[in-house]
Design a protein around this ligand. Structure first.
Ligand SMILES: Nc1ncnc2c1ncn2[C@@H]1O[C@H](COP(=O)(O)OP(=O)(O)OP(=O)(O)O)[C@@H](O)[C@H]1O
Ligand SMILES: [Mg+2]
Length: 380
């Protein structure tokens, strides 16, 4: 045993679960099981909350909160989202559903050891860049661009950790675009943002096959508090610590929380189509942001759904918005709507299409500068 040995304590309802957990723990030479009767605070506490999670968490509360550097894993035969939330609020780092998947458990233990090593070396985690995707008038293509941009970055650079966050108040559409059933949305995790542990947050985000993580919006009217600007700040602090790129489908750009995001973002994309109602709405949003004191001229204009002969010529769009067009995305209703209807991202399922290549180009232009930027206007 060395000075660096980590002590683990297991508390289960049944002997066979304890034996299984102990057997796996013994495979890790960094970890030693605490002797029975040893009342000191362990480095890792694995607690089976059985069928009374609330009571069990209450009973162990002093131990759960005894030291900031200790970690708690909670396991239960019931893995409903309410119990997982309760575990998170009690400060758990991991939730292990029963029967235990040993590979997942080993992964969780390896993560625990790595975090302890990182804490010893004092390694710093980087600051992620926020890309705020703002739609002006509904249907401009904000969700299409946010989803595919996030996935394009995740697929292009597997070393970049990317999260896609849907800030809409309700009826978020990202799970439809990517055909998954979310276990959690932001309304559930922001309620107790102060107690939201980084590792736990990573565990409850949906992980898409592209490598991007997703935090969706509530699917219906939510009973929780709306996302307030201060809460957004705390959530973004965490997201930027955990991810290199945070892509946000930001919803109504003029709400207080969206303005806060605008101020904080590394890049703001204003999405419009080349048709007058969209251009006018985009212009009004930028003007409103400017009159409220935000640097709206820093927003990058992206014109979506351009054709050979756009309803409003692109030069007129620039004149009207008094800003250059940063990027334009071709109109390809067949490919885009087919992808959305199949719940498959364009950059994954139709990777060779012009729209997919264009959005990959947008990712390059944003992250790697002008060098790789393709022709600004596809049709002129
Ligand atoms: N480049 C494109 N080519 C053709 N059709 C597109 C393109 N981009 C988006 N669309 C279509 O436009 C519709 C609206 O797109 P999307 O849902 O992304 O817009 P939005 O700005 O997020 O809308 P909302 O304000 O309702 O959230 C979709 O049905 C999609 O099929
Ligand atoms: Mg949308």
């Amino acid at each position: 045993m060395t000075e660096d040995t980590l002590f683990a304590k297991i508390e289960t309802k049944g002997k066979s679960l304890a034996k299984q957990l102990e057997r796996v723990l013994r495979e890790f030479e960094e970890i030693k099981l605490q002797e029975p009767g040893d009342l000191s605070s362990p480095d890792l506490f694995i607690l089976d909350v059985g069928e009374d999670p609330e009571g069990e968490l209450d009973r162990f509360r002093p131990l759960l909160q005894s030291s900031l550097k200790n970690e708690v894993f909670i396991t239960s035969a019931v893995s409903e989202s309410q119990i997982i939330l309760m575990a998170m609020r009690a400060g758990a780092k991991e939730f292990l559903p029963q029967p235990i998947d040993e590979e997942d458990f080993k992964h969780a233990i390896a993560g625990f050891i790595a975090r302890r090593e990182q804490a010893c070396t004092g390694e710093e985690v980087g600051r992620g860049r926020i890309i705020n995707v703002m739609g002006g008038k509904g249907g401009a293509g904000a969700t299409t661009i946010a989803v595919n941009l996030a996935l394009a970055v995740a697929m292009r650079d597997s070393l970049s950790k990317v999260v896609l966050f849907d800030m809409h108040k309700r009826l978020g559409e990202i799970p439809v675009f990517l055909s998954f059933k979310p276990a959690f949305d932001w309304s559930e995790i922001t309620k107790d943002i102060d107690r939201l542990d980084d590792t736990f947050l990573m565990n409850i985000l949906y992980k898409h096959s592209s490598g991007a993580y997703v935090l969706p919006a509530p699917a219906r009217m939510n009973n929780y508090m709306p996302l307030m600007p201060d809460t957004l700040d705390l959530l973004m602090d965490k997201m930027q610590r955990l991810f290199d790129i945070v892509v946000v489908d930001s919803g109504n750009p003029l709400e207080d929380t969206a303005c806060k995001l605008f101020e904080r973002a590394w890049t703001n994309l204003m999405i419009s189509t080349p048709s007058m109602p969209y251009v006018v709405t985009a212009g009004r949003i930028l003007a409103s942001l400017k009159s409220a004191g935000y640097r709206s001229d820093s927003a990058k204009i992206v014109v979506n759904r351009i054709t050979k002969h756009p309803e409003v010529p692109l030069s007129d769009v620039e004149t009207y918005l008094s800003a250059p067009i940063f990027w334009s995305v071709p109109n390809d209703y067949k490919t885009v709507s087919a992808s959305i209807n199949r719940g498959a991202a364009i950059v994954q399922e139709a990777a060779k299409s012009a729209v997919a290549k264009n959005i990959q180009g947008l990712a390059d232009a944003l992250l790697h500068g002008e060098k790789k930027r393709k022709k600004k206007w596809l049709f002129k």
